[in-house]
Design a binder for this molecule. Structure first.
Ligand code: FAD
Length: 314
């Protein structure tokens, strides 16, 4: 079989979104904002901000979303979970976001406060799962609402079929799009896409991609979330634990291989789990043909204008 002819795509062909997590302290806040400022000129469709496990970052998620809304040109999407909150409490958060001007949400059930792997028990008086939360959101305001989906099935799910039934319930409740759990083998995504479409689900299923900055960390995330790590990915990072320079170059090559493999098969929308770091994501977006918007380079030129004049005058 001939490999598909590689095309060069660019703005207008490709759509990206970036996911960040709310910072815990001042140093993390600075790291996050460096990443946001670096990625902003690529004009993502939206940027999303996660909600901490057990609903632990309610205020920090809100504060980050509010700052993105007021200080950047970006469209924020707030993640929201059902954990540790009654319907009334969640509904209040939803209304607050609408009043603030937020129009995009990512609706999730969340994990048990005791941690992933424990049995999930809905909070008494709370939303029981993501489908119920989507219905609740849509009954309050017409947010563009994304949900999660799992190409290798959710760890609690007895089968891929049962998992796809849950996705169907989220779509029936009004979900506008789904973001996948990350995966490393594109075949996993395409197989899943076939099954989702065969089940009559027609919303966008956006691949969620995690550039591997740190293989050990990525493997541990994968273990917790039921995503498999193919041997060949592991082998690529073998022996590079102490060699950050080579690891970084290999990481860029691995990310490029995955994303261009998806493009070759006609995929044009991507969601990046940035882990609040911009470099690999920025490079991958560059390969996707995305370039900083003119307005930003003009702004940068304007900002350096006085410096240039001062240089000429001296
Ligand atoms: P649901 O869709 O409600 O359920 C997940 C699975 O559980 C189903 O697919 C099904 O297998 C099973 N299940 C649930 N209810 C039933 C039922 N009634 N009958 C049978 N099976 C059932 N977590 C956070 O805490 N904060 C975040 O910001 C966050 N962001 C995420 C973003 C993305 C893109 C992804 C993929 C995950 C994210 N998560 C986040 C993790 C997520 O909360 C967990 O994976 C959680 O365990 C399931 O959430 P869900 O919304 O997929 O749940």
């Amino acid at each position: 079989q001939q490999p598909p002819k590689r095309r060069f795509l660019g703005r207008g062909d490709i759509e990206v979104s970036f996911e960040f997590f709310p910072p815990k302290n001042q140093a993390m806040e600075e790291t996050l904002w460096r990443a946001i400022r670096r990625l902003e000129p690529l004009r993502p469709k939206y940027v999303s901000v996660t909600y901490g496990a057990g609903g632990s970052t309610r205020e920090r998620t809100h504060a980050t979303v509010a700052r993105i809304l007021s200080e950047t040109t970006l469209i924020p999407a707030a993640h929201l979970t059902c954990v540790n909150a009654t319907k009334e409490e969640v509904d209040e958060i939803i209304r607050d976001y609408w009043d603030l001007g937020v129009r995009n949400l990512v609706a999730l059930r969340g994990d048990p406060p005791e941690g992933v792997g424990e049995r999930y028990v809905p909070t008494p008086g709370g939303y029981e799962n993501a489908a119920a939360l989507v219905a609740g959101i849509k009954s309050i305001a017409p947010f563009v609402t994304s949900v999660a989906c799992y190409p290798e099935k959710h760890p609690e799910s007895p089968s891929v079929e049962a998992d796809i039934d849950m996705l169907k319930a989220k779509v029936d409740a009004g979900a506008d799009g789904a973001i996948t759990q990350f995966f490393f083998d594109n075949e996993v995504y395409f197989r899943y896409l076939d099954r989702v479409r065969a089940a009559g689900i027609d919303i966008p299923i956006i691949p969620g991609l995690i550039p591997i900055n740190n293989f050990k960390q990525a493997a541990s995330f994968a273990k917790r979330s039921g995503a498999s790590v193919p041997d060949w990915v592991e082998r690529r990072f073998e022996g590079l634990e102490e060699d950050s320079e080579t690891r970084h170059l290999v990481a860029a090559a691995v990310a490029a291989e995955q994303v261009l493999g998806l493009v070759d098969q006609g995929i044009t929308s991507f969601h990046f789990y940035t882990l609040n770091r911009a470099d690999l994501v920025y490079a991958t977006c560059h390969l996707l043909g995305l370039r900083p918007a003119k307005a930003f380079s003009q702004k940068a030129d304007e900002a350096s204008e006085p410096a240039k004049i001062a240089k000429v005058a001296s």
